[in-house]
Design a protein around this ligand. Sequence first.
Ligand SMILES: CC(=O)SCCNC(=O)CCNC(=O)[C@H](O)C(C)(C)COP(=O)(O)OP(=O)(O)OC[C@H]1O[C@@H](n2cnc3c(N)ncnc32)[C@H](O)[C@@H]1OP(=O)(O)O
Length: 469
Amino acid sequence: MALKQKGGEISAEAKKRRRVGFANIDTGVEASECIKVFLVKSGDEVGSTNSFCINPVDLNQFFGEDGKIYGYKGLRVNIWLSTVSFHAYSEITFESTSDGGKGITDLEPALQDIFGELLTEKEQFLQTFSTERNFIRNIVSDGAVVPCKTSKEDDHASNSNSEADGSMIEVIRMKQDSEPVCLLYSRLVPLVLLLVDGGSPIDVTDPRWEIFLVVKKVQDPLGDCITNVLGFATVYRFFHYPDSTRLRIGQILVLPPYQGQGHGRHLLESVYSVAVSENIYDVTAEEPSDYLQYLRACIDTKRLLCFQPIKPAINSVVSCLKEGNLSKRICRSSSCPPASVMEIARQKLKINKKQFLRCWEVLIYLNLNQENSKCTENFRAWVSDRVKSDIVDKDAVDSRKHLVEVPNDYDHDMTFVVCWSQNGGEPDGIDGNQGGSQSTQDEQLNELVKKRLEDIVKITNKVSAILRN
Ligand SMILES: CC(=O)SCCNC(=O)CCNC(=O)[C@H](O)C(C)(C)COP(=O)(O)OP(=O)(O)OC[C@H]1O[C@@H](n2cnc3c(N)ncnc32)[C@H](O)[C@@H]1OP(=O)(O)O
């Protein structure tokens, strides 16, 4: 870490101001405003602010309660992060420091919290580009390339791809049971902390973790094979009663320069491919971001569209929505997918039930005549019903049963408490009604329906575009 002070001696004027005390109260500067992180793949790029600058989710979280840095004038923290070895080097410059009532923030501990021992001095950092040149190649050579069928339309994200420049893109699966794999993951942790919202490191000592790496293999001018990590997903295997296993995606990350090029999809499809070939129970994701949900929905809807066993169920709902007067509840409830259909999609495609229900609405919309206002009106009413029943389980209220989801660290899809109230009202302390009038609740419900419809249309448009290409 290099520390440079610009502007030399603190002026006599500044010293005077400091003594006056209250004249200039230090309001601090947000960490995200003065820290920049650049991804670099060669020593030549170090020191330059023209390299690829990433956009961390929340740098402020590493700096006290208010995310601010105090006591500096003109502070700039530039960090270069190597995509060859994942070491980092930081350069800190400022014009002056002074305690304006909140002290002078020590930057070192916060940077250590992110980069740990990967933060090195400049000389050492520059050397890593040659000494660690084969770091990734050596580790992934012990992994297994995930085989996956490739179709013409999926060419740009198939599981072993020749690129126009002669490089190969592969997904490599590695069990978290060897020291080198743990070492590789520990070097990826700063990226998780910086780029995954709420991301925290997995427990590398737990052998049930696996890591899927999407890598690019390229020949350098000397004929050497260079391997770069483009992205990765950590996947946890856990027991599913009575005799199977589920796969849960803990973290998925594509390095920013390579995002939007099909690598995230490649990783997800590889996880599915393993789940199908090993007859895993299903695949889930831990607290997925909105974008990940959207991406999964696009991928799974496309897979389900080609899945013949669910066609009759889709057709039956679509014809009900076409003809129907949805004021009849019976017609609305028949719009739910039959349990047998969800089960077969889980068995064959490893799509879990919650995810299937999300795709179900898109599948129906994709098959509807969207130009026909009666159809779209019915569809709206149907979605609205489904949103309501997601929130208020009417049958449960009638029978005085209340299902209360209980968050836990393990699997929040799975845990809930069934509460019973004698008098037919909500049990004490777990009243789902957080207060507010009926009209406020209606408004909130309408907002949710609107949002759900927007999501459905967005995914439908994307899947339609994918199918057209
Ligand atoms: C559990 C968790 O980890 S939650 C946190 C998730 N991770 C993060 O937030 C970290 C930061 N984000 C990322 O790393 C990445 O954005 C990821 C991992 C979420 C997605 O990876 P990317 O490589 O960017 O996505 P990828 O390029 O594969 O897919 C995106 C596009 O492919 C489209 N797509 C989906 N299926 C297909 C298909 N079959 N054919 C063609 N395109 C498709 C998607 O619709 C999307 O396009 P759009 O955004 O233009 O609508």
